[in-house]
Design a protein around this ligand. Sequence first.
Ligand code: 26Q
Length: 815
Amino acid sequence: LASGPVVQPAPTVDGFVETFLGELNYGQGTLLSQSTLNDQYLALARTVRRYLMADWLETGARRRHAQQKTVGYLSAEYLLGRQLGNNLLATNLQDVAEEAMRRCGIDIATLRAQEVEPGLGNGGLGRLAACFVDSLATMDVPTIGYGIRYEYGIFRQTFEDDRQVELPDSWLSLGSPWEFPHPERQVLVGFGGSTETSTAADGTQHTRWVPDWTVLGMPYHYMVPGFRNGVVNTLRLWSARATHAFDLQIFNAGDYTQAVRAQTFAENISKVLYPEDSTPQGKELRLQQQYFFVACSLHDFIDNTLPADFDLHRLPERIVFQLNDTHPVIAIPELMRILVDRKGFAWDEAWEVTQRCFAYTCHTLLPEALEVWSVELLGRLLPRHLEIIYRINEEFLEQVREAFPGDEMRVRRMSVIAEHPERSVRMAYLATVAGAKVNGVAELHSQLLRDKVLPDFSQLWPEKFTNVTNGVTPRRFVRLANRRLSELLTDTIGEGWVTDLDRLRELEPYADDASFREEFRRVKRENKERLYRLLAVRDGLRLPQEAMLDVMVKRLHEYKRQTLKLLHIVSLYDDLVSGRVAPEEMTPRTVVFGAKAAPGYHLAKEIIFLVNSVAGVVNADPRVQGLLSVAFPANYNVTLAEKLIPAADLSEQISLAGKEASGTGNMKFALNGALTIGTDDGANVEIRRLVGDENFFLFGMTEPEVERRRAAGYTPAEVYETTPALRRTIDLVASGHFTGGDRQAVAPVVDNLLHEDAFMALADFSSYLEAQSRVDAAYADPEAWTRSAILNVARSGFFSSDRSMRDYLERIWHS
Ligand code: 26Q
């Protein structure tokens, strides 16, 4: 058996053509001359897949043999993005495949465009999981990514009359060449029912859960290739199937339609990704999803991955489950149940093992986003788990009483069970009590997590808390998305940067090299041209080539403050049309937004409407032609991000300080040579520290200033009254200028800003505008701007997710 990863020899174009035609003929059952684009895409994907298969099998065998500790990444979301390009890159087959397709008379770019990306995530958290598994494969860390194979991923966004309309994302409908169902690894999962306790002859009690309905989990395996290192790890996503036993019963009772309905009911569990990424409702189906994938995953590892005779007392030597936010936290009582009820462990023994098997990553600071489940619902769906949670809590609270005698207030504050407004389980507290480690996702966030979200816990267990700043994979977000920059980098400093991003430092001296700056600008220009060609075809947009490209892409949220960006645009527009600023004084700008709003988040949808309305009027106004344009291409996703980010000059990271846990788009922009305008929030803080103050446009209140301002009583209307530029801007919006005179249509956003403004956009308006003037001035000096852009690239190597993974290994998984 091979002991290390084996890198396969490079295949030939002839061999590739032969395999491709074989897949087309015998896989798709068609002739090249008869085949559709989709036939060709599927055949190409299956061809690439074949080149990965030997490495996949070999990696699996090597992992089984080596018996090392595995990382079990538990995440309800993986926002993978398209697979074909990534897998061609990982296997170094890009050129061979392109030439092979050319010989068949096929343009490979057209085939790549056929792929519907697996959008199995909402945004940052899901994309982070995808970056992490990429890095772990590239670093040859034994990893299993566990998650849910949603039949419908994040909705497809369209606009009708400037308003968001959601369409289902049926990403599987044209065939899914990257997945492998494994029916032999199916798992049975129970729900509902009750618990039974019996007492043995020796007096020991034994509890058993008797569920009243079950579903099957069907695993689908996805390849996670490392970058040209012969490693292919596995992502295992679960799909819900009806059990035969269940419907047979009903069939036998003669009720055919009822049986079919039962099947549909079971299969609903993995039907659709919930599109809310904050303040989610406590929906029963969502809890079913969470328990479903977690139960499948634990069973899969314990009973189908470990050797049959493995002593589970040593489980922590073989697995660490990383909890990607609280969504998989029900895994904690599930492992306790497995060990105590099924494997005969004593409670204390099981607790000891469980505590060492889990670590928890928190991704939020918003109190309303902290997940809680009502005791009523949890007890109905998972009665045994609720009992276990109660016992964990009892023993934990005893520990608190011992550490802080007489402090019953503290005990109530720290209880895993909240009493108000209804009795419910605080999942973040459960994760903190049970996990060996708790981490935030950027330095500032981890600090606020300790001080604001979980202060009592960090006082009790200071050593539990740590930080791991997020990162992004340079393979997808630089090497694949920005081929031109990648070639320039490789020509300049060699190709080592792709797997050792700190080497971008070697670029620093070139910031002062005029011919390198010229090349760097050429790369940006060509990326812009490519983007504008795409947006012309995709969205019918015509954008000027020369203007500064100013990009704000992220989920639509009040705290992220897309409205602040919008106020800036309106203010620029007003300055121009009112003559306060002469055309020749204006630095031409194109602003691009990309954002999906949760379908039930009404204010967010009103903001989308307003952005589209402003874009319509601005773009049609001849007075600002070529000086100011606004584009809002629909359906921002990973695929579009890969086109937008490499073309951007300016990255908008303008959340209210203390609200954005980290951000990861901010990192992608910096690595692609955009300058950031941003608040002192999340990972912006670290970006600014690394790239240098002079290469970053900082504005806005700091987190402590936000706190003080709020404590003093924040009244947005006062800011409006006392800031003339703001007043003009809001008045222009409120007048209906952008909505064909309809004042009613803008009222939801305007009224909210004037009377609520929960995220203090108005308070930061002046500071933001002032920073934007600095941006305009800086952009007017191309040499200085380019120098800053190059330094952003050179100094952002820290934000590789490879570094994040090293930090997790060092601070969390190896301890
Ligand atoms: C929870 C329960 C029920 C339904 C939905 C949810 C849910 C789903 C997704 C709650 C939250 C999310 C996603 C959160 C998220 O993406 N957070 C972001 O995580 C990034 C990676 O750490 C950070 O960079 C961002 O700052 C953070 O907002």
